[in-house]
Ligand binder design. Sequence first.
Ligand SMILES: Nc1nc2c(ncn2[C@@H]2O[C@H](COP(=O)(O)OP(=O)(O)OP(=O)(O)O)[C@@H](O)[C@H]2O)c(=O)[nH]1
Ligand SMILES: [Mg+2]
Length: 400
Amino acid sequence: MRNRALLAYVGPKESRLDRKLAEFRALAEVAGYRPAHLVVQFGDPDSRFYLGKGKLEEVARMDFDVFIAYHGLTPLQFYSLRRMLGVEVMDRVLLILRIFEKRAGSMESKLQIELASLKYRLPMVKEYLRRAKMGEQIGYMGAGEYAVDAYYRHMMSRISHIKRRLDKLRESRAVLMRKRKDFGIPEVVLTGYTSVGKTTLFNRLTSERKYVDGKPFATLDTYTRRISLWGKEIVLTDTIGFIEDLPPVLIESFYSTLQEVADADLILLLVDASDELDEFDRELQTSLEVLSTLGVYRERVLPVLSKVDKVSMLEVARKALVVRRYFDLFVPVSAVTGFGIDTLKLLLFWKTPGYAIYEARPPAGGLVLDGKSYLPVKISEVRRFEAIAFDLYTELRRVL
Ligand SMILES: Nc1nc2c(ncn2[C@@H]2O[C@H](COP(=O)(O)OP(=O)(O)OP(=O)(O)O)[C@@H](O)[C@H]2O)c(=O)[nH]1
Ligand SMILES: [Mg+2]
């Protein structure tokens, strides 16, 4: 198989570079490549070849089938590298798009990905066309000027066709969402960095068996399920994960689905409690940035510390301090052991609007939360229920 990849990074020396490169490598693997070489060069990327002259000569002697740059390449860089190296040239954006292409399930996400890919490749094709017009032998995908020109026009018409179809699909989804809102069913969405455990938690809360793995972008489609909490119906949605340095073209076309999701009543923001402290902080910040791009304000966000089974309580408390810089309230959970799930359910009940029930009875034998039993209580008023949820939460915070 011709899938040996050379991964190239040209940029500043930073403390978190190892992490970035590990994520880069994971992305390449998920896309189906075998990372054979990693070339790192500190400094500014070369405007023509991305790599500096010396490094480029070194690379030209290496054996690989595809060149993948960490940063987004300019049309000129694509063109020059391809001519120089004679292999397929990609960047991180195309890599992410390749993963999306492989994994997209629904018609809507397929169209969104194709749109993003067309938009991203358009300037490159333009560059080839410009050079062909100047009389250069371009050889884009083995084609001459006429074929590239035809391809360019095909891309343009495909873009407008996809846009129209997406508008229609979105309209029908918006109608569905308005209907749910009319019925007063609150909407809750799970968001957060890729691999934080959104789908695992979704499965736990809904008894679903959606696909989970430890690699980036396991989930691409938004899934929605209805759950019942002490008689109160809630619609829960699982979403695509965030990633650092998300290419704007992807935010634009793909995340418009998230935009609708962002209109939810409550947004659960998962952060992985088992990550190193600085990593944890970065993930929280990246997620908050994406959410603010989508126009989500913090009042509607409930932070969830995931995977707490992997670390000590002391460690969880350290992470909690970081979260408290941004939020007053948070809930630690483990979707694997079930720790904190009951508290999360109470908070979901408590923090979503449209209380429809005025009486809720805890299960016989009392309410069991995180392995502790609470006295059976009869709740005849929602306000009182809120107070209990709050007491339990305060108790948990005291323990932590
Ligand atoms: N120990 C532990 N592992 C967990 C927990 N939740 C999820 N995981 C693991 O973390 C990895 C990622 O889980 P997913 O649920 O796929 O994460 P996600 O946020 O949906 O990821 P994307 O869909 O890629 O954005 C998997 O290997 C899970 O088994 C948890 O509470 N504890
Ligand atoms: Mg997922």
